[in-house]
Design a protein around this ligand. Structure first.
Ligand SMILES: Cc1cc2nc3c(=O)[nH]c(=O)nc-3n(C[C@H](O)[C@H](O)[C@H](O)COP(=O)(O)O)c2cc1C
Length: 151
C-alpha cells in the first residue's frame, strides 16, 4: 500500500482545486491511502508516515505561502535522518509567475532531502481543465510510482 500525503495552502480556492485533482489522480491508483491536509494542520507524523508527498501552494510575494513555509519550519529538524529522499511533487497556483514559489520549495526540499520525481504543475491565472488534468496525472504518477516502489 502507498500512503500519499497531500499538503496544501489556499486562500481563495485555486490551489485547493488543484489539490483535489491531485487527490483524484492518486485515488485512481489501487492500494493508495490518501491523507489530504491543509498546511497548518499537517504534522511531523504525517510527513514521517507517508511514502510520498505532494505539496501545493499559491505563490505569495514571489515565494511559497507562509503556511507551507510554516510546515517546513515545524518539520525540518525533527525529520532529519528519517525521511531520506522521500519522493515529492509540487503544484502551484500563481497570478502570473510561480517561479519564486517553485524555487523556494525545491531549495528547501534538497535540504531534507526529498526527491523530486516529476516536474511541478504551475497554473498561471485561471485553473483550467488542462491544469486539472495535469494535476490528476501528477497525483497518479506519485501514487503509482510509490505503489510500485520505483522511486
Ligand atoms: C498576498 C499575495 C501575494 C501574491 N503574490 C504573487 C506573486 O508573487 N506572484 C504571482 O504570480 N502571484 C501572486 N499572487 C497571486 C496568487 O498566487 C494567485 O491569486 C493564486 O491563484 C492564489 O491561490 P489560492 O486561490 O489557492 O489562494 C499573490 C496573491 C496574494 C494574495
Amino acid at each position: 500500500m502507498a500512503k500519499i500525503l497531500i499538503v496544501y495552502h489556499s486562500q481563495t480556492g485555486n490551489t485547493e482545486k488543484m489539490a483535489k485533482a491531485v487527490a483524484e489522480g492518486a485515488a485512481g491508483i489501487e492500494n493508495t491511502r490518501l491523507i489530504v491536509k491543509r498546511a497548518f494542520e499537517a504534522t511531523l507524523e504525517d510527513l514521517l508516515n507517508c511514502d510520498g508527498i505532494a505539496i501545493g501552494t499559491p505563490e505569495n510575494f514571489g515565494y511559497m505561502s507562509g503556511a507551507i513555509k510554516n510546515f517546513f519550519d515545524r518539520t525540518f529538524y525533527p525529520s532529519q535522518g528519517k525521511i531520506f529522499k522521500k519522493p515529492y511533487v509540487i503544484f502551484i497556483s500563481a497570478g502570473n509567475d510561480g517561479r519564486g514559489a517553485r524555487n523556494s520549495i525545491e531549495r528547501i526540499a534538497l535540504g531534507y532531502p526529498l526527491k523530486k520525481i516529476y516536474e511541478p504543475v504551475i497554473a498561471r491565472g485561471k485553473i483550467t481543465d488542462e491544469i486539472l488534468e495535469q494535476c490528476r496525472e501528477l497525483g497518479a504518477t506519485l501514487a503509482g510510482g510509490c505503489e510500485m516502489g520505483i522511486y
